[in-house]
Design a protein around this ligand. Structure first.
Ligand SMILES: [Zn+2]
Length: 335
């Protein structure tokens, strides 16, 4: 089990206002292009039946009637998103301030347990630990830790954004500076393909997952992480949750994730929600004046019980797939 940590460990509070400003500028940039947004069907199951659940930042969040995936529609096109990430003030802020200050603690509390979890999953399902590919490698922190750990023989980072790819290269990693659809030209037959917190950002997550499977070898694992919007933090805070930001377009639940992967010829081996900070996030929102509508229990839980009770409650959420942070491991169905 991962060591416990709190929200402020990974998002230092001294940067709160600066980051908020950067995020606001990003949202403004996006909304200026709202006329070019397009309506989409459910990104998990393709159904057109959905209802509006709430609006936030001038965006419409719809819930699929068929599979309960929550998604933004109308949404920015792939082309707008590409521009967005190139110009994002929020990403620049993270790169300059938040990552450098929180990198050390992220490594110990998030990335090292992540490496261990992946290694354990590979062993559990009899997967060779020869070649691992990370799609969307970002700053290369995971790559660095997994290479140092020696758990896998070869690591490849797929990272199309030039600035980030250079960060990965500077860390001495094998980098494929191509979008996912061209990555197979440089790497195939991976034993494990991982992608952390990417699919929620994409115009078409299903298409992306399909492309990830093209990198997989015959006896291999696909491991994805993303928010579980049926988790405690997001269900309690709903539109007040920072998980619902302008960048996240797709919000799966455990069942909609399963449905989506199965429709792509994958079998879900394990789905779990090992999130650590649901209770901490809810507690700090309430302390800052957020009102949980008519929920006396949540108020009581977060303000009147002790640390041990809160930790136990978080463990309960983890055990029952009720945390907002989700992991899924799947394999290709043998034809
Ligand atoms: Zn659906």
């Amino acid at each position: 089990m991962a060591d416990q940590f709190s929200e402020s460990d990974i998002r230092p509070i001294n940067f709160e206002s600066g980051q908020k400003q950067a995020l606001e500028q990003d949202i403004e940039w996006l909304l200026e292009r709202k006329d070019s947004f397009v309506k989409v069907s459910c990104p998990a199951c393709g159904s057109d039946r959905s209802r509006t659940l709430f609006h936030k930042y001038g965006l419409t969040y719809r819930e699929c009637d068929n599979c309960e995936t929550l998604y933004i529609s109308p949404r920015p096109t792939g082309k707008i998103l590409e521009e967005f990430y190139k110009n994002s003030k929020n990403y620049a802020f993270w790169a300059k301030y938040i990552y450098p200050q929180s990198e050390k603690i992220r490594k110990t509390k998030i990335v090292t347990p992540r490496v261990q979890r992946i290694s354990t999953l590979a062993e559990e399902y009899g997967i060779s630990k020869n070649k691992i590919v990370e799609v969307g490698a970002g700053f290369g922190t995971f790559g660095q830790v997994i290479v140092e750990s020696g758990e896998f023989n070869h690591y490849y980072a797929v990272e199309p954004t030039p600035d980030l790819a250079r960060e990965c290269e500077a860390k001495g990693l094998n980098v494929i500076m191509e979008p996912i659809e061209k990555a197979y030209l440089e790497v195939t037959n991976a034993d494990v393909v991982v992608s952390f917190e990417v699919i929620e950002h994409l115009f078409n997550p299903k298409d992306f997952i399909k492309k990830c499977t093209s990198l997989m070898g015959p006896n291999s694992l696909l491991i994805l992480t993303c928010p579980n919007w049926k988790g405690f933090e997001t269900q309690v805070l709903m539109e007040g949750s920072d998980t619902f930001d302008a960048e996240h377009l797709n919000y799966f639940s455990p069942s909609s994730m399963k449905l989506c992967l199965e429709s792509l010829g994958l079998e879900v081996l394990k789905l779990f929600t090992p999130g650590e900070i649901d209770v901490d996030i809810v507690k700090s929102k309430i302390e800052k004046g957020f009102e949980v509508k008519e929920d006396k229990f949540i108020q009581y839980l977060t303000s009147r019980t002790d640390k041990e009770t809160l930790n136990n409650f978080q463990r309960f959420l983890q055990k029952n797939n009720l945390s907002t942070h989700m992991w899924v491991a799947a394999k290709k169905i043998d034809l």
